[in-house]
Design a protein around this ligand. Structure first.
Ligand code: FES
Length: 143
């Protein structure tokens, strides 16, 4: 299966690339097998993700799924953002080849990791709310 036009479009023109220097939450996840890394920054106003940016060091699908995931959580509440699944990201991109499904999983986890960091910074244990996010293997997630 080739990449959909939407994947190619988000890969060529990714939305929300960059960093938020005074982010309320920063998440970083990586896949030790392919070595790709995603870092997400969120700004939270009230209970709403008012801004989100990402930096992805990875394959085209990782960039496209990061871009789509940020678009899907921007302006949403934290609770809504936590409901974002990799399946929804894939559907929004008109699908991904089977070998690239894990790239969309990384995008879902990156959002969850940023929200976890947001909770931690406020002294709240994120695990009961966000669930377990697979830890990066030693050295796999350092930029
Ligand atoms: Fe691993 Fe895309 S090949 S994130």
């Amino acid at each position: 299966m080739a990449y959909s036009e939407k994947v190619m479009e988000h890969f060529a023109n990714p939305r929300n690339v960059g960093e938020i220097p005074d982010a309320d939450g920063v998440g970083e996840v990586g896949n030790p097998k392919c070595g790709d890394i995603m870092r997400m920054y969120i700004k939270v106003t009230g209970n709403v993700i008012s801004d989100v940016k990402f930096k992805t060091f990875g394959c085209g699908a990782a960039i496209a799924t990061s871009s789509m995931a940020t678009e899907m959580v921007k302006g949403k509440t934290i609770e809504e953002a936590l409901k974002l699944t990799n399946k929804a990201v894939m559907e929004a991109l008109d699908g991904l080849p089977a070998v690239k499904v894990h790239c969309s999983v990384l995008a879902e986890q990156a959002i969850k990791s940023a929200v976890s960091d947001y909770y931690r910074k406020r002294g709240i244990d994120p695990t009961p709310i966000v669930g377990e996010i697979p830890e990066c293997e030693e050295g796999a997630c350092s930029l």
